[in-house]
Design a protein around this ligand. Structure first.
Ligand code: SF4
Ligand code: SF4
Length: 301
């Protein structure tokens, strides 16, 4: 069986589709969203992250690093020179506080299925299953296809969370093995989209339309950020596009949370921005506006 790179399998999730689910987080993403909650997923290869606020300055990591990537002054957090690091992970194995972690590993379909199958009874009883997330699952299309097929062979419900940035022709067949498809829309203005995510939104919008024409269960997800995409004009443009060009089942609003901020520092990415979680009034206004277009608002409990 073939394999791929993942960085986590989270069991007992109730936020990634119906029922109790296991979420398989793929490593590697073509987008660079500034508000990303999982920046450790961007790089497709396994990598070392360093949470300096957890470092006691004990120096164990520096002693085992033969690349000279770590310097320690007694009592202060270690200084990590990322450019010298080869991601061997030796320092992570000796760190007593969990300040250094190796994120990501190469796994086979068989290994993932072994973990997934442990909770098969809970999926059945709760109406849950497995959700492929990331990172971007379609960036490892062959691995995703094999995993989704393996789940269907044993009767496990499957969902995918995708940024929608993929080559439609190369992945079209995979949707036959997915029961639910969550696709993100970050912003309708292409220039703003490029500035915030690093890529154009054109392929994403076209792909949402294409998937929704062959799949009955496509749900658009909007990570709502007060100063970025919660404005009336953007929401109206999105609803108009969805109503006129797609057959999506509905929209799910995901209010932005600042979960990724510490992780940006840990993976060595400097961020120069702050975003605001939308208040209840803003979320309610956005939902009402969507309703006026006759598009259902969906929520998963
Ligand atoms: S991962 Fe390896 S090369 Fe990088 S800092 Fe740790 S020990 Fe050094
Ligand atoms: S081993 Fe861990 S706690 Fe000790 S200096 Fe290195 S990162 Fe800090």
């Amino acid at each position: 069986m073939s394999g791929g790179n993942i960085f986590q399998i989270q069991r007992w999730s109730i936020h990634d589709g119906d029922g109790i689910r296991s979420v398989v987080f793929f490593k590697g993403c073509p987008l660079r969203c500034r508000w990303c909650a999982n920046p450790e997923s961007w790089n497709s290869r396994p990598q070392v992250v360093f949470f300096s606020e957890q470092c006691s300055g004990c120096g164990r990591c520096a002693r085992v690093c033969d690349a000279g990537a770590i310097a320690v002054n007694a009592g202060s957090p270690a200084v990590f020179t990322r450019e010298k690091c080869r991601d061997c992970g030796q320092c992570c194995a000796v760190c007593p506080t969990g300040a250094r972690k190796k994120i990501g590993s190469r796994v086979t379909v068989e290994e993932v299925m072994k973990i997934i199958n442990r909770d098969a009874i809970f999926y059945r009883e709760s109406g849950g299953g497995v959700t492929f997330s990331g990172g971007e699952p379609f960036a490892q299309a062959h691995f995703l296809r094999e995993l989704a097929m393996a789940c269907k062979r044993v009767g496990i419900d499957t969902a995918v969370e995708t940024c929608g940035y993929f080559n439609w022709r190369q992945v079209k067949d995979i949707f036959a093995f997915l029961d639910c498809v969550f696709m993100d829309i970050k912003h309708m203005d292409d220039c703003i989209h490029q500035e915030l995510t690093g890529v154009s939104n054109r392929a994403i919008l076209t792909n949402i339309a294409a998937v929704s024409r062959i799949h009955p269960n496509v749900i658009v997800r909007v990570p709502l950020i007060k100063e970025i995409n919660a404005g009336e004009q953007n929401i109206e443009n999105m609803c108009r596009y969805l109503r006129e060009n797609t057959l999506v089942k509905g929209i799910e609003i995901l209010p932005y949370h600042d979960f990724g901020r510490k992780k940006f520092n840990a993976v060595g990415i400097v961020i120069d921005h702050t975003f605001t979680t939308p208040d209840d009034v803003t979320v309610e206004n956005v939902k009402q506006l969507i309703s006026t277009f006759g598009i259902p608002i969906l929520e998963f409990k």
